[in-house]
Design a protein around this ligand. Structure first.
Ligand code: DHB
Length: 314
């Protein structure tokens, strides 16, 4: 590949050698999985959304692939935030890329506690605060409640020492984008990641006449091909509505270099891979990166800044 093409990017003041890295969720829960990301071509290591205490998550089956994407209702299985905080030291010693921690408390209080406790951990590059887990029974998504979002961000920025970004659920109505953007612009956020899975979809098996995952009577978050147009719409809208210093990170339906190119054209500064990473493993980052470089060299773009956000209207 042409060495004159760079897919490097910068998020939260840190350089990512590649704009492609993992979405929080698949294969980023254990030290082995996090090391595999460190050794791969992923531009950053992003950990599984952590809660205050270790969790087993929901009953299995809780993740199923379909030809068009995935449905999951994992229920936040994770080792607890202290485990992911401790991994930061290993990441810094071994890999030349940022280590970002996803935090998804079961309450506002838990989020504040974890973010405060991470203060002083210089090996955590940034925090992705997850406002959009759809899978914990009885817990609404904070990202769908503007006033709760304002409340938690107020508290978070009282205590946070790290750069903080938020992982958002998908929005579908223009006034909802506008209401959220107004709130997000009021805080010194480093980035927003669009989108989390499309919440509470239902995949069924007509042969068995049943749902395909066990928790929540089969309802779960949808990812993969299904969600790309929604992801692109969210990246584009927030890119146009948010202040310039808040980077947008694209996530949703990325399985090729062209998908990543489309996210960046809509305004993404970096692009996460979820369902396809689950399918393909860490090789996806090098492959998608090569495909993106090929597209860029064909089009004469030397870096992602040359086309980021430059989607044309008709
Ligand atoms: C889970 C799913 C999500 O979409 C998310 O943002 C966090 C956690 C889960 O079910 O584990």
């Amino acid at each position: 590949m042409s060495s004159s093409v760079s897919i490097e990017t910068k998020i939260a003041g840190a350089v990512l050698p590649s704009c492609l890295y993992n979405a929080s969720g698949p294969l980023c829960s254990t030290e082995d999985e996090l090391h595999a990301l460190g050794k791969s071509a992923a531009g950053a290591i992003l950990s599984k959304s952590a809660t205050r205490e270790k969790r087993q998550g929901n009953e299995e089956p809780r993740y199923v692939e379909t030809p068009w994407g995935s449905i999951n209702s994992m229920g936040l299985p994770n080792e607890g935030y202290e485990y992911y905080a401790a991994f930061a030291e290993q990441a810094a010693a071994a890999y030349d890329k940022p280590y970002i921690m996803s935090v998804s408390g079961l309450s506002h209080e838990d989020n504040i506690h974890m973010i405060k406790a991470l203060s002083g951990n210089k090996n955590v590059t940034a925090i992705e605060l997850n406002l959009s887990c759809p899978n914990v029974p009885g817990k609404p998504q904070t990202g769908y409640d503007p006033e709760q979002t304002r409340y938690i961000l107020d508290k978070v920025f009282e205590v946070a020492e790290h750069p903080v970004g938020v992982k958002l659920p998908p929005y579908f109505d223009i006034p909802h984008f506008e209401a959220m953007a107004e709130i997000l612009n009021a805080f010194p956020l480093s980035f927003v990641t669009c989108i989390n899975s499309v919440g509470n979809g239902l995949v069924i098996d007509p042969d068995r006449e049943s749902v395909v995952i066990k928790p929540k009577s089969g309802f779960g978050g949808i990812g993969g091909d299904f969600v790309k147009p929604t992801a692109l719409a969210n990246v584009r809208k927030f890119y146009t509505l948010l202040d310039e210093q808040i980077a947008v990170i694209g996530c949703g339906g990325v399985k090729s270099g062209m998908d990543a190119f489309e996210h960046i054209l809509c305004g993404a500064s970096a692009v996460q891979v979820g369902t396809q990473y689950m399918r393909e493993g860490t090789n996806c980052f090098a492959r998608i990166g090569r495909e993106l470089e090929e597209i860029m060299s064909r089009k004469g773009y030397k870096d992602i800044g040359s086309f980021k956000g430059r989607l044309k209207d008709l």
